[in-house]
Every structure is written in structure tokens, then in C-alpha cells.
Design a protein around this ligand. Sequence first.
Ligand code: ADP
Ligand code: MG
Length: 179
Amino acid sequence: MIISISGTPGVGKTTIARILAKRLGYEYVSLKDFALRHGIGEMVEELEIDVEKLVKATKREFEDRNVVFDGHLSHLIPSDLVIILRLHPRIIGERLLRREYSKKKVSENVEAELVDVCLIEAIENNENIIEVDTTDKTPEEVVGEILKLMKAGVKRRIGIVDWSEVYDDVIPYLDLGGE
Ligand code: ADP
Ligand code: MG
């Protein structure tokens, strides 16, 4: 079984994927490390991953294994289940500033969370998608929620957040252009 944990940078993918893999007894695989190890993608300002090559390489290597993939492109990898983590975009902004991302990168990612970029891409690629709102939840609570849904046989649960309701809160993080 292949489970992919995706979402906007800073949402908690690495934290959640590691705990989930441990709880399930699955392998934890960082897609970024996998891509670097296999020479997939190149450094152009930041790592640009060739998704087509990544899909082929992961298929070859992991087809019959039990794996939890961690990465913001993991929803593009053939998976039995895609988990899209969601988080109030203001907290995404706070976490990425703490990570010393540039203002431009912070605004790009806050906006991506605001308008559901990962979810929409996931929907174009997979039927089995579970969205989890991690806002105000501990990592253990998030993993508990995922395991409970999996146990109940839930294969699709989407449309659970609407960040347009909190738009005013995130304006300071957005690059709205103009003068
Ligand atoms: P990603 O891999 O999606 O970029 P990380 O797992 O690295 O995100 O998490 C980003 C930061 O947020 C880390 O400092 C992590 O400890 C923290 N974090 C992750 N999940 C939670 C949570 N549910 N509650 C509080 N802090 C969290
Ligand atoms: Mg990470």
C-alpha cells in the first residue's frame, strides 16, 4: 500500500508522515531525498524535480511495498491513498518566515494554501483523497484522525476547509502587487 502525504510547505508533512509510517509499520520515504539520490531534477535556484521521471522511478522501486511518501509533489505519484494536510494559511506564513523563506516564497505558499492548489492537483490525479485540517491539532491527533478514517474504510473526504473565510487574516503575508 502506498500512502502519500502532501500539502503546502510548512503544513506538517514530514512530521505527520514519519509518525504515520511508524504507527503503520511502513517505510518512510522523503520524495526529495529519493529524487536527489536518483539524480531526478536539478538545482535551478531551488530543486526542480522532473515529475515524470519521479513517477517512473517510484513505480519501479516501490510498487509492491508499504510506503508513506512525504513531499509536496507526492500527490502526483501513483498512490493508493493521498492525504492532503491543510492548515490555516496564516500559520503557514508564520512557519515559513521562521524557516527564513523569502517574502516572495512565503506569499506564494500562503496563497497556494488559500486557494487549495495541492488539493486541486490531487483531484486531477487520484480518486482516493483524504483532506485533514491540522489547525489547532497536535501531530498525534492528526495521525489518529488519519488512522481512524483509514480503519473506517473512508477513501475520499474532500472540501472540508474554506480559507476564503480567513482571507483578511492573511493579507499581511500576500504580495498583492499594485503601488
Ligand atoms: P512540511 O514537511 O510540510 O514542510 P514540517 O513537518 O517540517 O512541515 O513542519 C513544519 C513545522 O511545524 C515544524 O517545526 C514542525 O515541528 C511543526 N509542526 C508540524 N505539525 C505540527 C502540529 N500539528 N502542531 C504544531 N506544530 C507542528
Ligand atoms: Mg518536509
